[in-house]
Design a protein around this ligand. Structure first.
Ligand code: F6P
Length: 546
């Protein structure tokens, strides 16, 4: 069953709810609804989510439940867990949940054969991880592996990189490094700190055809071979891929390849062998804890009714802001340095998944789909873009992600971090009225015209929406739950919008053109292009950049 999206009647109900809400601000909603926090917050898989600071009232929530019901969200979730071809343009399932289901799961996503294949690869990973970390697997000269370099891009990079950075304090094995950009500055910088004899490269690519990854892998191989000779490749290169033949063509023995499957989307793949660099540096127990956290969220999303379902809430609140209030972007602010890469990870997850304009019938959608998503860590963001969040002309919803305890041994600083996070969401919602500003300025000795001139610049409109997600701490389990929550949010939104969250045809055209232009640059003969591109190309070929 392809998603048909929410019904026209349900979208009209949403429009009517927005109109009825009018200019009412969130503080007024709190005043009218004494049980607002209880009704608009929930716990799931160890996370606490508070949606009460969103600018939506009871009628708005009713309209959102109608949207979910008319789009048959519950049925679509059931189908996804069953392994139906929810990626309908590629006729594939999207079964990342199968990657984190325990071996003895009662109803494994996609069925028992998939569960068996998943655990076979996990067992192979475990054996390899143990050999590397124990020193039984050595480099060509007999030295143990001290550094692992994952070479991949997009989903073959962002997930493992973000998780390794988030859990860096728990790394007990080889140091993880990541190279994604075709700009070889990144590779050069990583290699500059490494020794070939103790470095293991993990070339990660679902297709094993991604130009950037292959270019970096070739350069890394040349660096290794230069130092240790051709025969060393077998001990210093392993692959993670679905494309055994291409792996072998590249010169990596398929015995040293860890596979996954077409039903694992690139941006949903960190739970598969794509997480090998995570497992090598955290250990298999750490990797399995990540899977367990994600599985706990899967179980919640699969079993909870829509009104108590964290992913359905996340999705519908996003739809309220995007389609109801028509707010153009979504800001993600983790109050944790360790989670600094979460916004970039979510950019791919949300924008590559739901950046679509055509519904399941191939017809243009009537609504905006995914908003632009961006962000940075708090408190840094407060000193950069928060001015716009507080006083810019358009309200932008924020997801605040806050670990309640951190183990860095500086409790005073963590207390400050928490205080800042709570203060920002409170300030965004409460704002500061002209009356409050006047009183404040008067108490500072200002009066008359000078006071009146100052007032408008210091008023905060308030009523600016945010969700706060509390994690007890940053460990593999909580992180797994958090990431799985966003994955399910994305799917639920795609169902309501009636689009496919699991293809990404939009990235192909640029890849094709890049290959054409690369040939033209190699031959220094620009071909036919639009006038702007042609002029730029001629300048570059002629060496006239200024
Ligand atoms: O170009 C987009 C994309 O296909 C992503 O979806 C994917 O995560 C990335 O490229 C890398 O692809 P691969 O793992 O096949 O190298």
């Amino acid at each position: 069953m392809r998603p048909k999206g929410a019904s026209a009647a349900a979208w009209s109900q949403l429009g009517a709810a927005v109109e009825a809400l009018g200019q009412r601000r969130t503080p007024e909603l709190f005043a009218a609804e004494p049980d607002r926090v209880e009704r608009m917050s929930l716990e799931a898989a160890g996370l606490y989510l508070d949606f009460s600071k969103q600018r939506v009232d009871a009628a708005g929530l009713e309209a959102l439940w109608s949207l979910a019901q008319s789009a048959q969200v519950t049925d679509h979730l059931r189908q996804q867990f069953a392994g139906d071809a929810v990626n309908f343009t590629e006729d594939r399932a999207a079964l990342h949940m199968a990657l984190r289901a325990p071996r003895n799961a009662h109803q494994p996503p996609g069925g028992p054969a998939i569960a068996e294949a998943v655990h076979e690869v996990l067992d192979r990973m475990e054996a390899f991880v143990h050999r590397v970390r124990s020193g039984a697997w050595t480099g060509a000269t007999g030295e143990p592996i001290t550094d692992v370099v994952n070479i991949g891009i997009g989903g073959s990079d962002l997930g493992p990189r973000m998780v390794c950075e988030a859990l860096a304090e728990q790394v007990r094995g080889p140091r993880p490094h990541f190279v994604s950009n075709v700009d070889a500055t990144e590779l050069s910088r990583v290699l500059a700190g490494l020794r070939p004899a103790s470095t293991l490269f993990v070339v990660t690519s679902k297709s094993f055809g991604t130009a950037e990854t292959l270019a970096n892998a070739r350069s890394a191989r040349a660096w290794l071979v230069d130092a240790l000779g051709d025969a060393a490749v077998a001990k210093h290169f392993v692959a993670v891929s679905t494309a055994a033949e291409r792996v072998s063509d590249f010169g990596i023995d398929v015995d040293n390849m860890f596979g996954f499957w077409s039903w694992v989307g690139g941006r949903y793949s960190l739970w598969s062998a794509v997480g090998l660099s995570i497992a090598l540096s955290l250990g298999m127990d750490g990797f399995r804890a990540l899977l367990a956290g994600a599985h706990a969220m899967d179980a919640h999303v699969r079993d909870a009714p829509p009104e108590g379902n964290a992913a359905v809430w996340m999705a519908l609140i996003g739809i309220w802001n995007t389609n109801g209030l028509q707010l153009p972007s979504q800001v993600i602010v983790p109050y944790a340095q360790a989670l600094a890469r979460v916004p970039a990870y979510l950019q791919q997850l949300e924008m590559e998944s739901n950046g679509k304009t055509v519904n399941s019938d191939g017809v243009a959608v009537q609504q905006q789909t995914v908003p632009a998503l961006w962000g940075d860590v708090g408190t840094n963001g407060q000193h950069a873009f928060f001015q716009m969040l507080h006083q810019g002309p358009t309200a932008l919803p924020v997801d605040f992600i806050l670990p309640v305890s951190l183990d860095h041994g500086h409790p005073d600083q963590h207390r400050m971090l928490i205080a800042n996070c709570l203060a920002q969401s409170e300030a965004l919602m409460q704002g500061k009225s002209a009356g409050q500003v006047r009183e404040e300025l008067r108490s500072q000795g200002l009066s008359g015209q000078a006071l009146e001139d100052a007032v408008p610049h210091r008023v905060f409109e308030g009523g600016r929406p945010s969700t706060t997600i509390l994690m007890s701490c940053i460990d593999a389990r909580s992180l797994g739950a958090l990431l799985a929550l966003y994955e399910h949010k994305v799917f639920v939104q795609s169902v309501v919008w009636g689009i496919n969250a699991f293809d990404q045809w939009g990235v192909e055209l640029g890849k094709q053109l890049a290959s054409v232009i690369d040939d033209e640059l190699r031959l220094a003969v620009p071909g036919e292009h639009d006038p702007s591109t042609a002029a730029l190309l001629h300048r570059i070929v002629d060496g006239r950049t200024a």
